[in-house]
Design a protein around this ligand. Structure first.
Ligand SMILES: [Zn+2]
Length: 466
């Protein structure tokens, strides 16, 4: 007879419980290995440690060189006919600065109050390690995996994954799968577990305006020499109106509205708007005021001025007429916008409204959306509920960006996010930490999701990808 967790899960859950301490030590060992892609600290040696972890879980592991930091791949075949799951994570971490703001040193992990503190503990070492330990626990209790499992650990996620799309294209055969699962970022701010179907994209750029060839006296030259700060202020005002509409021609042409299942899921997300406003010290949310909170993050693109720079910013006054000005901006994109297309529309807008201003393209990431009606949604939800004790919240699209378009776009695979981190994980900040209860439940979650996917067969299909 099966126990309360469902067929085949009680044993693996018991194994995870029995190995709790050892698994935390494995996590501490991984956090102890610096892997800062931005500065190179600990790289590329960390790829070797990542490969060893993948191998220790029972997968065949390889390091794949790129023009940047290497990728680590893993593979282990499951029973014929079962789906192939590609697990994505990243072994690189953010720089730990400022060091003096850490209570314990970033690469000397310490457990305090049930949390492991250290750079990368949550983002993303604890989260992909939970996936690997699930594989290891399934093999330890059953001797085989319920699905074919492939693993891809990125070494450049924290610097925008510049070589990932190219490598995934080259390694298309080796990465062939039926679906992708990633674990990164936090659970819902209220603490509920969530299943994520998409992310917004981002396109960063700078607008550069020039005036005279040097800064000048605002009395001797004011009214004669044009001011590049005014040029930018006027240009920016033509790009978004007071009602929050982006007024760049064609900007939102490719936005695909959410379907009924997605809209219904958004409506169920628990958000206390009054509490959010109070916490942020805001009287109003951004325009348009009537738009739903979750809908703002999931369904709409944005155009944000990150900074406007030029002229004098010091104490008192300096009556200067600046020679140059820069606006740093980003656009958050939603399915099915494409960064190159949006850049083209922004450039056309700038040519028309301020031909002397230069738009410089910076980093971008495409948006991604997997339809909630995917046949894999059911088994994944069932696995999460079995491990977590409650139905997960369904999030059609996260406000932030991750390089998962590589999987939905380049490989054409449905892609699911199962974040395991606590909302106050302080990723990218000092005192990054992972709640070990979440790590522990995360291992069970990954094992249960693979188990439920393993007993799933899509209607009318023969063999699935190898
Ligand atoms: Zn990160």
């Amino acid at each position: 007879m099966s126990g309360p967790a469902g067929p085949g899960l009680d044993e693996v859950f018991a194994h995870v419980d029995a190995n709790r301490q050892g698994f935390v030590e494995r996590l501490a060992g991984w956090v102890r290995v610096p892997s800062v892609s931005a500065t190179g600290q600990g790289m590329p040696g960390a790829a070797g440690h990542a490969r060893d972890l993948v191998a220790a879980a029972g997968l065949e592991a390889t390091i794949v060189e790129t023009a940047g930091w290497p990728l680590v791949l893993g593979h282990r075949a499951g029973p014929p006919g079962a789906p192939t799951v590609l697990v994505y994570g990243h072994y690189d971490v953010q720089p730990p600065d400022p060091l003096d703001a850490w209570t314990s040193p970033p690469f000397e992990p310490e457990v305090r109050d049930g949390r492991l503190y250290g750079r990368g503990g949550a983002d993303n070492k604890g989260q992909h390690l939970a996936q690997l330990l699930a594989v290891e626990s399934l093999l330890a209790t059953r001797g085989e995996l319920p699905c074919t499992v492939k693993v891809l650990l990125d070494g450049e996620e924290e610097i925008g994954s510049p070589h990932l799309a190219g490598m995934v294209g080259v390694e298309r055969e080796r990465l062939a799968a039926d679906l992708v699962v990633w674990s990164d970022g936090p659970v819902d701010p209220g603490g509920g577990w969530r299943l994520v179907f998409g992310v917004r994209g981002v396109a960063s750029f700078e607008l550069r305006a020039r005036g005279a060839n040097r800064s000048l006296h605002s009395g001797n030259w004011g009214g004669v020499v044009p001011n590049p700060l005014w040029t930018l202020v006027h240009l920016l005002a033509t790009m978004r109106d007071r009602d929050g509409r982006i007024t760049v021609d064609g900007f939102a042409d490719d936005v695909e509205p959410l379907g009924p299942a997605e809209r219904e899921a958004l409506a169920r997300l628990p958000v206390d708007v009054a509490a959010v406003k109070a916490e942020l010290g805001l009287a109003e949310l951004d325009a348009p005021v009537e738009r739903g909170f979750a809908e703002r993050l999931a369904a709409w693109p944005t155009l944000t001025i990150n900074g406007l720079h030029g002229g004098y910013g010091g104490q008192g006054t300096q009556t200067v007429l600046p020679s140059a000005a820069v606006a740093k901006c980003d656009a958050r994109l939603v399915h099915a916008q494409r960064a190159a297309d949006v850049y083209g529309k922004l450039e056309a807008h700038v040519r028309r409204h301020a031909p002397g201003v230069e738009l410089v393209r910076q980093g971008s990431m495409e948006p991604s959306r997997t339809p909630m009606r995917s046949p894999f949604t059911g088994p994944i939800r069932a696995g999460m509920a079995a491990a977590q004790g409650a139905e997960p919240l369904l999030v059609p699209t996260l406000g932030g960006s991750l390089p998962v378009h590589v999987f939905t776009g380049v490989l054409g695979l449905p892609t699911f996010g199962i974040p395991l981190g606590n909302p106050d994980q302080a990723n990218h900040a000092p005192n990054e930490n992972l709640d070990l209860e979440r790590f522990h439940t995360g291992i069970k979650t990954a094992a249960a999701v693979l188990t439920k996917l393993g007993s799933f067969r899509p209607a009318g299909s023969g063999t699935m990808a190898g």
